[in-house]
Ligand binder design. Structure first.
Ligand SMILES: C[S@@+](CC[C@H](N)C(=O)[O-])C[C@H]1O[C@@H](n2cnc3c(N)ncnc32)[C@H](O)[C@@H]1O
Length: 213
C-alpha cells in the first residue's frame, strides 16, 4: 500500500503549469495510435520543433518516451517561450529528462545527430520556406523506419511546403523503384467537430544516402 502511495506521489506534478493554449490534446489520439510501439522502449528518442509552452513535449515524455534513457527534445526560437517551457518542465518534475534547445530549428537541427530520432514533430515556423527546411531536416535526423508528423496543414503555406516535400521524397528511384518516404496519413483540412488542424504522419523508409544492394 505504501509502495502504491509512493508511486502515486511521484507521478504528481511538482509545481503548477503555466499553460495558456492547448495544442496538445487534439493530437494525443494520433500519438497513442502511431507511437504505441515506442512506449517503454529504452533509448527511444523524440524531437519537437516549436516547443511553445512545452505541453506537447511533456505529454510525449510522460506517455510515450517512458523507457530507460528515452527522452524528448524540443527546439524553440523565442527566449521568452523557452523560459516558460523550462519552468513547465520543472513543474512536471522532468528537469534533466526533457531537453529544450534554443534557436531557429532550421539551424539547430543541422547540429543534431543524423538518423537518430524515432519521432519528429514539426510544428515551428509556419512560413512555407521554414516548414520545408524543417521537413527536410526532420527527415535527416529521423531514424530509418521512424515517423515524422507535421501539424497545421490547413494553413496554405504549410500545405505548399508539405506538398513539395512529399512530391520529391516519395518519387521512386527510376532505376529500382526504391522509395524513401511513405505517407501513412494525411488530413489537409480541420476536422470540424473538434477544430483539429490538418496533420500528416510520414515514415522514413530505409537509408537513402548509403549504397543500396
Ligand atoms: C504553434 S506553436 C507550437 C505548439 C507546440 N508544438 C505545442 O504542441 O504546444 C509554434 C512555436 O514555434 C516557435 N517557432 C517559430 N519559428 C520557429 C523556428 N524557426 N524555430 C524554432 N521554433 C520556432 C514559436 O515561437 C512557437 O512557440
Amino acid at each position: 500500500m505504501l509502495h502504491l502511495l509512493t508511486l502515486w506521489l511521484l507521478a504528481l506534478p511538482i509545481g503548477s503549469f503555466e499553460y495558456s493554449n492547448d495544442y496538445t490534446t487534439w493530437h494525443t489520439e494520433h500519438w497513442r495510435q502511431y507511437l504505441s510501439h515506442l512506449v517503454g522502449v529504452d533509448n527511444a528518442q523524440g524531437l519537437e520543433i516549436g516547443c511553445y509552452e512545452g505541453r506537447s513535449t511533456i505529454w510525449l515524455e510522460q506517455h510515450i518516451f517512458t523507457g530507460k534513457d528515452a527522452h524528448m527534445t524540443c527546439v524553440e526560437v523565442s527566449t521568452k517561450q523557452l523560459e516558460l517551457v523550462r519552468r513547465n518542465i520543472d513543474a512536471a518534475g522532468l528537469t534533466g529528462e526533457v531537453v529544450a534547445l534554443y534557436g531557429p530549428s532550421q539551424h539547430v537541427l543541422r547540429g543534431l545527430p543524423i538518423n537518430h530520432y524515432d519521432f519528429v514533430y514539426v510544428d515551428g515556423c509556419h512560413l512555407a520556406h521554414c516548414a520545408l527546411a524543417d521537413l527536410v531536416n526532420a527527415y535527416l535526423v529521423t531514424k530509418p523506419g521512424g515517423l515524422i508528423m507535421i501539424d497545421d496543414l490547413s494553413m496554405g503555406r504549410v500545405w505548399r511546403a508539405f506538398a513539395a516535400f512529399v512530391r520529391v521524397f516519395t518519387e521512386p528511384d527510376p532505376d529500382d523503384q526504391h522509395v524513401v518516404l511513405e505517407v501513412l496519413e494525411v488530413r489537409r483540412h480541420r476536422r470540424a467537430t473538434d477544430m483539429q488542424p490538418g496533420v500528416s504522419i510520414l515514415r522514413k523508409v530505409g537509408e537513402p544516402y548509403h549504397d543500396r544492394p
